[in-house]
Every structure is written in C-alpha cells, then in structure tokens.
Design a protein around this ligand. Structure first.
Ligand SMILES: Cc1cc2nc3c(=O)[nH]c(=O)nc-3n(C[C@H](O)[C@H](O)[C@H](O)COP(=O)(O)OP(=O)(O)OC[C@H]3O[C@@H](n4cnc5c(N)ncnc54)[C@H](O)[C@@H]3O)c2cc1C
Length: 466
C-alpha cells in the first residue's frame, strides 16, 4: 500500500501541534510525516521579551523538537516556494542545498514576519522581536550602549546611546519596552559614571490607545504603569524616517538614538506569495476546514492563514495569536486524518480565552475569559498561563527556575559578543528575502520531473537560484 506523504512546513505553535497530533492519529503504515523547519525547536514567542531582558535564558523558551517528536522526519531548512500544480515544495536546507520535496497533503504553518512600511531608513536600522536571534542580539545591543556611553565623555553620543525607541503599542511592543526598561534601570546602577536620568525609553504608536484589544480600563492601567516607570508613551504618532543615530517622528520631533525596536504588527510569511493563491490581508484564504480553495491537498493555519472565525461576526477571521495557531494545528491534523479515512472534515471553531500582558516584576494586566485583572492577580494568571502552555516539563522547570533566580539574584548584564558584527536587520534575522519567484519554482520542479520522475525527492544544485 502506498503511504500518504504529509509535509508540514513550520514548527511553531501550529506546525508542532499538527505534527504531534498526526503522529498519534495515523499509523506508520498509513502515512509518512515530514516536517520542514529551519530551527530545531519550537519557540515560545510570548516569553521572548523576557529573553531580551535576561529574565529567561534562550533555552528556556525553546522546546527541542527531537524531545517531543518520535516519528516525523525533520528536514532542517526553510520552504522557499510551493508548486501546487506539481505538488512539490522547494526547500533550502540550512547548508544552502536545495531540495524538491513531493507531497500528497501539505500543511503550511510558516507563521509571520515583522510588518514594515516604506519608511526611509527603517529596513537598514530597525530591529525586530520575532526570533530568538533578535532577542539575544537586542539584549547584547542594549548592554553595549550602556558600556559605550560609560566610556565616552561626549554628551551627545551618550544621549543617543541611552535613548531607546520601541514602535508598536500592542502586547509585543508593550512587553518589550517594559522588560527592557527594567533591564536598563537595574543595569545602570553598575555604572557609577553614568547619569541614570539620561536613560530614556519611548513607546510610539500610531493608534490613540495602548493595546486596544484589552479595553479602556486595562489599557489605561497599563499606560499608568509605563508612565510611572518613566517610559514616555507617544500615541497618534508614527516614524517619519530613521538614521543610524536618530529617529524622526511624525509629530516633528527627532530623537537622538541608536536603537529602534520595531514591533508594529506582523505580516504573513513571504512563502504565502509563492503559491499564487488567494489572500486576505496578506494571509492565505482558507475554508473553515482550513483547506486552500482550488488547491487540492493544501491546508494552511496559524498566522499565515486567514482562518474564518466562526464565533465572530460575518467575514471575521481569527487574529494571529498562539492560542488560535495551536488549536488550528490540532484541528487540521484531525481533518487530514478524517479525510484519509473517508470521513467528513470539521470546521474550526474556538472562542477566544483572553489575553495576558506581563509588564515585569509584579505588574501585569490580563483578561482571562473576559475578567479584567491588574497587578499581582493579573501577573499570577499571566505566569500561570505561560507555565501551563509551555509544552514540556523541562521547559516549565527551566522557566520557573529562571523566574525565581531573577527575582532573588537579579541579572549580571553579561554581553555575550555573539555575532557582534552582523547587521541584525529584519532581513538578516527574519530571512524575509529568501524566497523564490514562481518562474524559479517552476524551473526547479520541471527539472525534477524530467530527471527523476514524479514521486521521488531529489536534491538540486543551488546554482539554479542565482
Ligand atoms: C513578542 C511576542 C509576544 C506574543 N505574545 C502572545 C501572547 O501572549 N498570546 C498569544 O496568543 N500570542 C502571542 N504572540 C503571537 C503568537 O506568538 C503567534 O500568533 C504564534 O506564534 C503563531 O503561531 P504560528 O504557528 O502560526 O507561527 P510561529 O509560532 O511563528 O511558527 C512559525 C514557524 O515556522 C517557521 N518558518 C518560518 N518560515 C518558514 C519557512 N519558509 N519554511 C519552514 N519553516 C518556516 C519558523 O521558524 C517558526 O518555527 C506573540 C508574538 C510575539 C512576537
């Protein structure tokens, strides 16, 4: 009997949940499961700001795939194109070798990248908060600014090094600015020659409210916490242009700074564009069963897909959250298993459980099941939720231990020097331009057809991509 070849692209919240469920639902004789992923862990993104702040170690938020998968074959690389007509995925492995992978069922879960705009200087100077490398880089960069500011007598240089700008007043930006402000507030005490009042954090957002999804009361409560910590919040303001030593805002101010952290939303992975499929707000249009209309055998879930939200109003789509991505991953695996057994697929339906926002220390705001909490109760819910949601016992233990250690012993502000000379731009660390054009994809799949015939995987030389 021919086994069904199931290929899953991406090992985030959606992809890993999907592969684990497929392993359980399908017998080895029924299907092969292949996971395409450039990294060998699932990143628990909601705790990433705490990695940047040094509260958590990078390993604590990275669940190793080989600990939680037993049967799936892992291809270490990124999908750089899909040819739906030929039923093939083009994968660029982490050694740059290009492989053409055939599938019978394809589940796309490549998530999202930081959303940018056509603002002069942004691509060259902005840093993101979407990958472990970005968080580690940002931590090193911030501590580097303190070290260099302490070593110069030039007041203007000090001002630029000690002023930090975060753009995006959603939960990612708010958690990032609060976590990093706490880092510099503690670190500056170890620099007796630096004036602590020179260290300034800014949070900038084009919208009139912080985290509007939390509602007015919790949004205002979060704003008060930020202002009490000296974080300057500028609403109804955006960035006009960026230079290596300053950021110009649309209200006419130019802030001297060497640091712009850009968390102003996400855009679906550029892999989406290689399919030539229909999209909604840049995410792949899918049916409530998470299938791509008009492309037999392809499913998409998570941040990269516009999954209809059947609990919302007409035309509503699920927001890009971990909560939805993980549940969609499980639901799509169930649908594939049902389909292979000749049973009907079920539409995805999940009512939002709420949101938690860690503001550092004992401060948080959270809205579990519509209940509005602030302060210690909110923080207890936030941290309890993360501990529950982390996938393995070892990840939970590491995170809990890091929290205890950070509360009792504090941080040592070690700068690792890791990849000090890399640019750390979004393009560099989120690989936003690694993707192929449709012509390149067709050339590769056609070549594979003629040299090896359909149905067998084949390695192809990277020179075709030049
Ligand atoms: C700082 C921050 C805080 C957040 N906090 C919360 C929160 O508190 N609650 C909440 O619900 N959500 C939160 N989110 C959002 C949440 O993390 C995402 O919605 C969720 O991760 C989406 O899951 P996903 O599986 O679609 O994508 P991801 O989890 O991002 O996984 C995508 C995976 O695909 C891989 N990949 C990318 N491109 C390719 C490719 N071409 N080929 C193969 N693999 C690829 C990536 O390496 C990654 O492993 C937060 C996000 C951020 C950035």
């Amino acid at each position: 009997m021919n086994r069904t070849r199931i290929v899953v692209v991406g090992a985030g919240f959606a992809g890993l949940a999907c592969v684990r469920r497929l392993q359980r639902r399908l017998a080895p004789g029924q299907a092969t499961i292949t996971l395409v992923t450039p990294i060998n862990h699932q990143l628990y993104l909601p705790l990433l700001p705490q990695v940047a702040a040094g509260v958590l170690s990078p390993q604590s938020v990275a669940v190793p795939l080989r600990r939680v998968l037993n049967r799936a074959e892992i291809i270490p690389g990124g999908a750089v194109g899909v040819d739906p007509a030929a039923r093939r995925v083009i994968v660029r492995q982490i050694n740059d070798q290009v492989t053409v992978v055939p599938y019978d069922r394809l589940v796309l879960t490549p998530g999202s990248v930081t959303r940018t705009f056509d603002i002069p200087g942004l691509a060259e100077h902005a840093r993101g908060m979407k990958t472990l490398a970005e968080a580690a880089h940002l931590r090193d960069h911030v501590i580097t600014q303190l070290d260099l500011a302490a070593a110069t007598g030039d007041r203007e240089e000090q001002l630029a090094r000690l002023q930090f700008v975060v753009v995006g007043g959603g939960y990612a930006g708010t958690e990032t600015v609060t976590a990093l402000q706490r880092l510099t507030a503690s670190a500056v005490r170890r620099y007796p020659h630096l004036d602590p009042d020179l260290v300034r954090w800014h949070l900038v957002d084009i919208s009139p409210k912080l985290m509007p999804e939390l509602g007015d009361r919790l949004g205002s409560s979060a704003l008060r916490v930020l202002e009490k910590r000296g974080i300057k919040v500028s609403l109804n303001v955006s960035v006009a242009n960026v230079r290596d030593d300053s950021v110009a805002l649309t209200d006419g101010r130019r802030l001297p700074t060497n640091t712009l952290v850009w968390t102003a939303g996400v855009a679906a992975s550029p892999l989406v564009g290689t399919l030539g499929a229909e999209t909604q707000r840049g995410r792949l249009t899918v049916t409530p069963e998470m299938r791509l209309p008009g492309h037999a055998g392809i499913f998409a879930v998570g941040d990269a897909a516009a999954v209809p939200d059947l609990t919302g109003g007409p035309g509503a789509i699920c927001p890009p959250t971990a909560q939805h991505a993980q549940r969609q991953g499980l639901a799509v695996a169930d649908n594939i298993a049902a389909d292979l057994s000749g049973l009907p697929m079920r539409p995805y339906r999940h009512r939002n459980l709420g949101l938690v926002v860690d503001l550092g220390g004992w401060r948080a705001v959270s809205k579990p099941l519509g209940m509005e909490l602030t302060g210690v109760p909110a923080q207890a819910v936030a941290r309890g939720y993360h501990l529950m949601a982390l996938r393995t016992g070892s990840a939970k233990t590491r995170v809990l231990t890091d929290w205890l250690l950070n509360t009792t012993a504090g941080d040592d502000f070690v700068r690792t020097g890791f990849q000090r000379n890399r640019p750390a731009t979004l393009r560099d660390l989120e690989y936003t331009d690694a993707y192929l054009t449709r012509d390149q994809i067709h050339a590769l799949t056609a070549q594979q057809h003629t040299t090896t015939g359909p149905g067998s995987g084949a390695d192809t030389d990277t020179s075709h991509l030049a």
